[in-house]
Design a protein around this ligand. Structure first.
Ligand SMILES: Cc1cc2nc3c(=O)[nH]c(=O)nc-3n(C[C@H](O)[C@H](O)[C@H](O)COP(=O)(O)O)c2cc1C
Ligand code: SF4
Ligand code: SF4
Length: 269
């Protein structure tokens, strides 16, 4: 099989997963790269035709050692025709636990043929300048690793005699899965003074939890704590005031600061 088209399929509220899958695609280096961005509600509604004769890169962040529920829901309408797929989870330097195994099983259900998998590190959604957790990741070193890995996978797939044969990809993780995000009904809040009511937070919210009508209102029940609104607010008006969320961020900062490196499976880095 000759790789001539690459389809990037991802859910990425704060953009780190997107950066990793794009870096892998740059390493694969084909002109025909299509994005299926499932992050926003409208992205999830786009018509997706069955994927064949191309290579897919499927990416999602790790939430509580698992895949985000919204990522699974939005992946579900994607149907593949034994399409080879590179699977990527991106986690905030704590652990990825069962998320990559879950992504492999979801991908197989959708008709993909997983050929390789990886867990990369991204700046933690809960990190701030004052409470850093893997800030700036993926950095230039991660990007280079992703590009080199993409190039290797391309060579391997191009050399396959029968590309449709199952690849028997071994991924660490437990089944039945454990973990998952702890249930909490909280959301970031908007500080009135610095808020210019620009609407950026509403435009990046993956669950349409934010509405703007002279001021910013958040439907707390819809919030998945992804922090896209905080990281994209141009004035720093969007913040966590919830004490439990602040305690979690401090714990991560104190216990998960030692740099972890990306891990690749199926085809080495
Ligand atoms: C609700 C929630 C749960 C998370 N759980 C984990 C986790 O279990 N392990 C971890 O290392 N990072 C965890 N993270 C951090 C994200 O996996 C990490 O920041 C990732 O880079 C975000 O991807 P994105 O930029 O594509 O949104 C969590 C983030 C959120 C919002
Ligand atoms: S992005 Fe920030 S400044 Fe803009 S409306 Fe939202 S909270 Fe206000
Ligand atoms: S309101 Fe909640 S779901 Fe929406 S962007 Fe902010 S943290 Fe994410």
């Amino acid at each position: 099989m000759k790789v001539e088209q690459v389809k990037l399929i991802y859910f990425s509220p704060t953009g780190t997963t997107r950066k990793v899958v794009e870096s892998i695609a740059r390493g694969i280096s084909v002109a025909d790269v299509e994005h299926i961005d499932l992050t926003l509600p409208e992205g999830a509604r786009q018509a997706i035709k069955p994927l064949s004769d191309e290579l897919a890169i499927i990416g999602a962040p790790v939430y509580g050692g698992r895949l985000p529920v919204d990522a699974i829901d939005r992946l579900n309408p994607v149907k593949a025709a034994n399409t080879p797929a590179i699977l990527v989870v991106v986690y905030g330097n704590r652990e990825f636990e069962d998320a990559l195994l879950e992504l492999k099983n979801v991908a197989i259900e959708l008709g993909f043929n997983p050929v390789a998998g990886a867990a990369f590190i991204g700046e933690h959604s809960f990190a701030t300048e004052d409470v850093p957790i893997a800030n700036g990741r993926p950095d230039s070193r991660d990007v280079q690793l992703a590009m080199d890995w993409g190039a290797k996978i391309k060579n391997k797939i191009n050399a396959l005699q029968s590309p449709g044969a199952p690849m028997d990809l071994e991924i660490p993780g437990r089944f039945p899965y454990e973990g998952g995000v702890r249930s909490m009904v909280v959301s970031p809040v908007t500080q009135a003074d610095p808020c210019t009511v620009c609407g950026t937070c509403a435009s990046v919210c993956p669950t349409a939890a934010i509405s703007i009508n002279g001021s910013v209102a958040t439907d707390i029940e819809l919030c998945i704590r992804c922090c896209a609104c905080i990281k994209n607010c141009p004035t720093g008006a969007r913040v966590w005031e919830d004490e439990t969320m602040k305690t979690i961020a401090t714990w991560l900062n104190e216990n998960c600061s030692a740099r972890k490196e990306p891990r690749m499976f199926g085809i080495d880095g």
